[in-house]
Design a protein around this ligand. Structure first.
Ligand code: PLP
Length: 415
């Protein structure tokens, strides 16, 4: 495996002071590894695109576009950041207005609930039930006897609960002890029951799966494990809508050169990688995955050359990314499509959220700014800048994956 800047090699002195505000945003605790298994210069191989075939992405898009309240979210040009960093463009897909949930997660869990109900009710009635039937609640009695269950650190559970409310089934959501009470209330507001679990996100995933086995509930998880892949694949199909919109909204003639994308279990990053690679072919942008230092399971997997897990002992403020187990569906995709993996500390999260609020009028939640923090870290380090080929002609695409999904935490961090 490629070159790593382990803790012993961190280079806080190598901060390029390119403009206003950058010195303050210098990010020094960076771990970074280049992925020497990435396929460069070739079209998206079949084994990657088959993880999320175009037909699945198109079908998810058509379904979600039919939901009440659907509107594409905006793609914002962060001109000041581009100037400060000496880049051609920095564009930020702002998911803070995605439905009433204010995060891209509303695209995945709720869509998977609709698909799950379609399949289950088709089985129960021995008839062809359509997604539209589910949307129109044409089998409400049967739906109301079905229970979906998920684990969450906030956003995924909210999406599953929202989908359950929309399509008329029951919902139980497992949350670990450190998920904020604001996030619990947001899930409960959609009528779901919340069960608290000792430990971390990964413990809540295991608790949800075993409760499903005991009670004959259906797990709607955003992460996958051996033998459990088809529902997380549907979740990912919903996520891919975000990159499809972004590419259609892309404001420049030339496509993006780099994507900095945050990772939890890796499902979202993998969905975006597949969609982008399929669209750009041999011109795939350079992709950098960014994770919080205490939950860097994708980074560790890249170092190990295969799936590795991290025991989370400290919760990052980027709650949505605090995940120690990799989605098995996502990993082979990331292994072939991601150029580098990067970790960041929590230090600059509040500052970046405030900068986006004050300078760009963007409401960005804690996990939303991780890609931007990774970009700043890379631009602030000579070796990363060189390795990642960042230059005045670089055009960066970022995914601002959530707004103020916990308003209290947002107020504490931004004021
Ligand atoms: C706001 C936000 N961004 C990014 C992610 C990461 O997504 P994934 O776990 O699919 O990597 C999450 C996951 O919950 C999230 O809530």
């Amino acid at each position: 495996m490629g070159l790593g800047l382990g803790p012993e090699n961190r280079r806080p002195d190598q901060i390029r002071q390119a403009g206003i505000g950058l010195e303050e945003l210098a990010i020094d605790h960076v771990r970074y590894i280049r992925n020497d298994q990435v396929l460069t210069g070739s079209a998206c191989p079949a084994e990657v695109s088959e993880v999320l075939p175009e037909s699945a992405r198109l079908s998810a898009r058509a379904t979600i576009a039919g939901w009440e309240g659907y509107q594409p979210t905006r793609l914002c040009s962060l001109k000041r950041f581009a100037v400060d960093l000496g880049l051609e463009a920095v564009c930020y897909k702002d998911e803070s207005s995605r439905f009433e949930l204010a995060s891209f997660k509303s695209l995945g869990g709720a869509y998977a609930v609709q698909k799950v109900l379609q399949r289950k009710i088709s089985q129960l009635t021995d008839a062809q039930v359509t997604l539209e039937d589910i949307q129109e609640r044409r089998h409400s009695e049967l739906a109301s006897a079905i229970t979906v269950v998920a684990a969450t650190d906030g956003n995924h559970g909210r999406s599953v609960a929202w989908g359950a409310r929309r399509f008329g089934c029951r919902c139980v959501i497992y949350m670990h002890e450190q998920v904020s009470s604001g996030r619990q209330q947001a899930v409960e507001a959609f009528g779901a029951r919340v069960e608290r679990v000792a430990g971390n996100y990964d413990d809540s995933v295991h608790a949800a799966a075993s409760a499903a086995r005991e009670n004959d509930w259906i797990v709607v998880s955003d992460t996958s494990w051996p033998g459990y892949e088809s529902i997380p694949r549907e979740v990912m199909a919903g996520y891919a809508l975000m990159s499809s919109e972004a590419m259609e909204q892309w404001p420049l003639e030339e496509p993006p050169t780099h994507i900095f994308i945050q990772g939890g279990c890796g499902g979202m990053a993998a969905a975006i990688c597949i969609d982008l690679w399929d669209r750009t072919g041999t011109e795939k942008p350079m992709i950098v995955v960014v994770e919080p230092e205490p939950a860097a399971c994708l980074y560790e997997s890249a170092c190990a050359g295969g799936i590795a897990r991290v025991d989370i002992t400290t919760e990052s403020v980027m709650a949505g990314l605090s995940c120690g187990e990799v989605s098995v569906l996502a990993w082979p995709v990331l292994q072939q499509s991601v150029d580098a993996f990067l970790t960041i500390s929590d230090d600059q999260v509040g500052t970046l959220m405030s900068r986006l609020a004050n300078e760009e009028s963007i409401v960005a939640g804690e996990s939303a700014v991780a890609g931007l923090a990774g970009l700043l870290a890379a631009c602030g380090n000579d070796q990363l800048t060189r390795d990642l080929d960042l230059s005045p002609s670089s055009r960066i695409l970022l995914f601002g994956t959530e707004g103020a999904t916990d308003p209290e935490i947002y107020r504490q961090l931004v004021g």
